[in-house]
Design a protein around this ligand. Structure first.
Ligand code: URA
Length: 321
């Protein structure tokens, strides 16, 4: 791997115009957010058509997807519809998903205008694909072929999980960074290093935990994921939690806590408090704590994380808090 941070020394041979041009191009690339070379051949994005990566995907797999129509004011309609989706190509009205009432019997539902947008389609497709997975291998295969999250276009790998397939404790961070994208495994950079040391202090190795993230692909330049990116990954994450079926979930950091617990409360306020996360028939105790990246900058906060880890240990031992 070439690290773009180690740019050529401009002072070395300023007389060579090619060197100057190449250095300027590298500097521009770096300023645009690229920080690693991930392949030998560059992708010519200008040669692609005008469709944004990930938008123009086939919804065939979403034929059984359940979507809930929304009123104009955003409130969910009482009826649930199943999509007879074929493909949702932007702008192609004849290709738009067809919506059929799930229960044809009974009085006809009031006519509502409903157009499944591509974001709705991406989430419906994610739900359908995730629901079909009966093992982690299935789920990984689904993620590999899923085209509903545009992050896939710029990431090198699917970052699925690290550690044990089945584990009493599942740890969830936010997004893969550069190291994770290169290796295709969550938490393998400096934050992961600290996480491993925290887990080791509690007596756990990688084989005792299942480590994952909210998002399966690295956002370019480590930008925060968009709501649509989060929402299109969530069905896979929920299925992953069901398949791992942990006895406790440890959520790391504000972003993960906000998305999983659907709260806007600051992490410093909600950390250390046990709640229950319901996914289908599964009810799993969940606790949020501080993110290792925060601890790298704020070592004094390690004390709070240690209290949370002790609490997790008690719960796993069956001594509930
Ligand atoms: N690396 C990850 O995989 N997840 C994080 O949340 C941070 C770093």
């Amino acid at each position: 791997m070439v690290d773009l941070q180690t740019l050529p020394d401009k002072g070395a041979d300023m007389a060579d115009p090619n060197r100057l041009i190449l250095t300027a191009a590298l500097e521009w690339t770096l300023a645009m957010g690229a920080d690693a070379v991930v392949a030998d051949v560059a992708v010519d994005w200008l040669a692609a058509d005008a469709t944004a990566p990930g938008r123009d995907f086939d919804l065939a797999g979403a034929s059984e997807a359940v979507v809930v129509a929304h009123d104009r004011d955003g409130s969910a309609m009482p009826d649930t519809y199943s999509t007879a989706a074929r493909s949702a190509r932007p702008g192609g009205a004849s290709n738009a998903p067809q919506i059929k009432p799930a229960r044809p019997a009974g009085p006809p539902a009031p006519l509502r205008k409903f157009t499944a947008s591509v974001p709705d389609g991406a989430i419906a497709a994610a739900k359908a694909a995730a629901r079909q997975a009966t093992s982690l291998e299935d789920l990984q295969r689904s993620l590999t072929t899923f085209e509903g999250c545009s992050l896939k276009a710029t990431a090198k790998s699917v970052c699925f999980y690290r550690g044990a397939a089945q584990a009493p404790l599942m740890v969830i961070g936010d997004t893969p960074g550069r190291d994770e994208d290169m290796e295709g495994r969550p938490f393998v950079g400096p934050a992961g290093n600290l996480l491993d040391r925290i887990l080791a202090a509690a007596g756990w190795t990688e084989n005792d935990v299942h480590i994952a993230n909210l998002i399966y692909w690295r956002p370019p330049g480590n930008r925060p994921p968009t709501q649509l990116e989060l929402d299109s990954c969530r069905p896979f994450l929920e299925r992953q939690i069901e398949l791992v079926s942990p006895r406790a979930l440890l959520i790391l950091g504000q972003a993960a806590a906000k998305h999983i617990l659907r709260t806007d409360e600051p992490i410093l306020k909600i950390r250390g408090r046990w709640q229950t996360l319901a996914i289908g028939d599964l009810n799993v105790p969940v606790i949020a704590s501080l993110h290792p990246t925060y601890l790298v900058r704020t070592p004094i906060a390690k004390r709070q994380v240690w209290l949370d880890i002790l609490s997790v240990r008690e719960v796993l031992k069956g001594r509930s808090t």
